[in-house]
Ligand binder design. Structure first.
Ligand SMILES: *[C@@H]1O[C@H](CO)[C@@H](O)[C@H](O)[C@H]1NC(C)=O
Ligand SMILES: *[C@@H]1O[C@H](CO)[C@@H](O)[C@H](O)[C@H]1NC(C)=O
Ligand SMILES: *[C@@H]1O[C@H](CO)[C@@H](O)[C@H](O)[C@H]1NC(C)=O
Ligand SMILES: *[C@@H]1O[C@H](CO)[C@@H](O)[C@H](O)[C@H]1NC(C)=O
Length: 288
């Protein structure tokens, strides 16, 4: 089993001479993160909201991932491919269109008029309501009945925390890469384990804010993680120049951070059993 998820996550072909289970045929060609190519998911309109849905190919479905995009929405190729990557790692993945077909044209990390209008049009109440529809959809599936892990990027990072709030019955665990506008009370309210990937250069999450977030996470009493990736800037969890090895490393590492966090929560007793040596060996094989 252990080998199976590693193979799915890392996309390595593991020889049957190891003690690991043979990975599924579909896993063999899968790279760590899909950086290009054609998305394999489908679109479905549920309760008035368009979902991008990507299904695991293997026979072991670990749970569900609620994928909350940056302001470029489910229309952005990299968002679809990253959602597909979570599916390949064994999670039924659903990304709701939080912007009703009209994602932003510019990022919100710069205070432009367009950015402020976009944020006004997509306020917290309206966005929470859309996120809740995706949660309801996932909870009704076998995968979502197990666990829902929320992963969010920039704009979506804040909502990954919100949906994991204690008592909301949204997500069981949260991961956010370079979250923007994440407020103190939203961090304090988190009702499950939370993990954050931070960029070195991020006007929406400068070093002072990172320290504050860290202090707030500590106070939640939940398992938490905050990782800082050198040479990265805001948006790196999704949009990078993959020809730049530093950026590519940051994006892939943030993806792995999320998947390992979700796997851990799925069954923490399995994490305790995780053989670090096997994990590192699989990682090495991939890197070669
Ligand atoms: C994997 O890649 C090889 C070589 O490109 C190809 O022949 C094979 O069909 C692929 N397998 C799957 C499951 O996609
Ligand atoms: C958002 O929802 C809360 C709770 O339902 C309500 O109190 C608040 O007035 C709403 N805010 C806006 C701007 O609609
Ligand atoms: C992407 O990175 C490569 C390698 O660092 C560089 O040569 C290229 O100019 C970059 N492309 C863009 C669009 O910045
Ligand atoms: C968690 O892992 C343990 C040990 O591998 C296993 O016995 C147990 O059934 C697992 N629980 C779930 C809910 O998967």
């Amino acid at each position: 089993m252990r080998g199976h998820w590693l193979a799915a996550v890392l996309g390595v072909a593991i020889s049957s001479t190891t003690a690991w289970a043979r990975p599924q045929q579909e896993c063999l060609n899968a790279s760590l993160v899909a950086h290009d190519g054609t998305p394999v998911g489908t679109e479905e309109v549920v309760d008035g909201v368009t979902f991008y849905i990507s299904k695991p190919t293997g026979d072991t479905v670990k749970g569900a991932v609620l994928y909350l995009t940056d302001v470029f929405g489910i229309q952005l190729l990299q968002n679809r491919l990253l959602a597909d990557s979570f599916a390949r790692a064994g999670y039924l993945t659903v990304a709701p269109d939080m912007f009703n077909g009209t994602p932003a044209r510019v990022d919100i990390d710069l205070p432009t008029l367009e950015a402020s209008q976009f944020l006004e049009a997509h306020d917290v109440n309206g966005t929470d309501a859309i996120v809740d529809k995706a949660v309801a959809y996932l909870r009704a599936t076998e995968a979502g009945a197990k666990k829902i892990a929320a992963t969010g990027y920039c704009f979506g990072g804040r909502y990954a925390f919100r949906v994991a709030a204690a008592g909301r019955k949204g997500a069981d665990v949260a991961f956010a890469a370079h979250p923007s506008m994440l407020e103190d009370d939203e961090i304090s309210a988190v009702g499950g384990p939370a993990s954050v990937a931070a960029a070195e250069t991020d006007p929406m999450m400068p070093p002072e804010r990172r320290s504050e977030i860290e202090a707030l996470l500590l106070k939640t009493g939940q398992p938490y993680q905050l990782s800082l990736y050198s040479g990265t800037s805001h948006g790196f969890g999704v949009r990078v120049n993959v020809s730049d090895p530093v950026q590519k490393f940051g994006k892939e590492s943030a993806f792995l951070q999320a998947v390992r966090w979700f796997n851990k929560i799925r069954n923490s007793s399995q994490l305790l059993n995780l053989n670090q040596h096997d994990y590192l060996r699989a990682l090495q094989e991939h890197e070669n």
